[in-house]
Ligand binder design. Structure first.
Ligand SMILES: [Zn+2]
Length: 237
């Protein structure tokens, strides 16, 4: 009997947080991997605006039709359409237990509206995981990427080098350094990211919602820090 009770409480702890979890961090900080792990551990839906667009377009909703027309003209989809779609998604029953958002919000109006939507749907305080990186180490990690021409196998000359330089361990094909992974391109992406994110970091810090996470640690260590933060927040509920 005791074992059954323990089991149930374990399941309850892992079933959702009743909060929005947001990951803020630059490209290469491991947001996608961690978002997936959080979704799995707490059985939360993993939301992305990209998936929402695809879903709305395939279902032919009004939002989907508007967004499709704009994207086909190469125009930016305005905040009100994005937010309409986000609210529609959050109103679904599976989001009552909370959700993980990766890549959203990107702007202050989006962050502000997301807070309103969460209140409206009775979700607890948002948890913002700020994936803190060391810019020099991140640059090294990103410029060290090499991709196998034949199978897309990914290596890193600093962190996960192939046995033989320039050759894929798995299929012996050539490893290439994509122009997107050059220092100039990555430097620009990271600078643009900083400009865009700084106001969000300030916004969430002011509201006491930001939890820093050392994103340069090993991937399992990062997951452990995140679990401690989320379990701690869950205990306070
Ligand atoms: Zn390969």
């Amino acid at each position: 009997m005791a074992a059954v009770t323990a089991d149930r409480s374990a399941i309850r702890v892992k079933q959702g947080l009743g909060r929005a979890v947001i990951l803020l961090g630059p490209p290469g900080a491991g947001k996608g991997t961690q978002a997936q792990r959080i979704a799995q551990r707490y059985s939360l839906p993993h939301l992305s605006t990209g998936d929402m667009f695809r879903d709305n377009i395939s279902r032919g909703t009004e939002i989907g039709r508007k967004a499709k027309a704009l994207m086909e003209r190469g125009e930016l989809v305005p905040d009100e359409i994005v937010l309409g779609m986000v609210e529609d998604r959050i109103s679904q029953p599976d989001c009552a237990k909370g959700f993980v958002f990766d890549g959203f919000p990107r702007t202050l109006p989006q962050a502000d509206d997301l807070e309103h939507i969460c209140k409206q749907y009775n979700l607890g305080c948002t948890i913002v995981l700020h994936m803190v990186v060391d810019p020099a180490l991140l640059m090294r990690r990103l410029t060290g990427r090499r991709i196998c021409k034949a199978g897309g196998h990914i290596y890193n000359v600093y962190e996960r080098p192939p046995k033989q330089e320039g050759i894929c361990d798995i299929d012996g094909s050539e490893l290439i350094h994509r122009p997107d992974d050059s220092e100039g391109v990555i430097g620009e992406r990271l600078a643009a990211y900083d400009r865009q994110t700084q106001p969000l970091v300030e916004y969430y810090t002011l509201r006491g919602l930001l939890s820093p996470v050392d994103a340069m640690a090993a991937v399992d260590t990062v997951s452990e820090s995140i679990t401690r933060i989320l379990d701690g927040a869950n205990a306070l509920k």
